[in-house]
Design a protein around this ligand. Sequence first.
Ligand SMILES: Nc1ncnc2c1ncn2[C@@H]1O[C@H](COP(=O)(O)OP(=O)(O)O)[C@@H](O)[C@H]1O
Ligand SMILES: [Mg+2]
Length: 201
Amino acid sequence: MRQLICVIGNKGGTGKTSISHLLCHGFGLLGKRSISILTDASREPLAQAHRNYTTLDGRDPMKLNRILAKLKAMPDWYGVIDGAGGHPELDRKFYELSDLSLLPFRDSHEDIRTVRHDLDAYPEALGVPSQWPTNPWQQLAAERTLDDLMQSYRPRLLEPVYMLSASKLLLECAIPAHIPTAVHNVSRSLARQVVERLEKL
Ligand SMILES: Nc1ncnc2c1ncn2[C@@H]1O[C@H](COP(=O)(O)OP(=O)(O)O)[C@@H](O)[C@H]1O
Ligand SMILES: [Mg+2]
């Protein structure tokens, strides 16, 4: 089974960690088991309680190798590597190891410049519009930006992950027992798209 996904990209703050956790949460809602693998040395591991997925600390390369070896022996589990940003050599390694690579980017020219570069550097990777506007006027402007600057990459883009302040609940060390429905919906939709793309590989 295709089971390893990485969320990478050279820019910080694009939503890599959020998207990794939303995706794992979504897998859980679809009845699939997954591990969110931390690789960013500047972040702390998140507690397991109340999560419908496992969190593991892969910041140490030896530990990461052990996690990936274990994952291979558990073919019905998904692994999601949360990349660090600003480490192109690590991104390259994760891209080569993974069955599917995701590159989040926000609605800004700077993010789009970077993601175009990353989409060229990682020709099998998919872009994920992240923290996407929900206000209709801003959304229209964001769509126009995609038309102008990302048209040729459209087939490689997943549906946007919208701005959703409750998404930060999944990044708390201990998440609350109750997660708002909007977070479930975003997560489920993201996980469904990823499963579909993996099945097409
Ligand atoms: N869909 C979203 N809606 C609202 N805020 C978001 C969303 N995705 C990320 N954020 C916020 O943006 C900031 C950066 O996100 P993060 O996932 O940590 O990015 P990265 O891992 O790429 O540095 C965080 O404060 C996070 O809560
Ligand atoms: Mg991060």
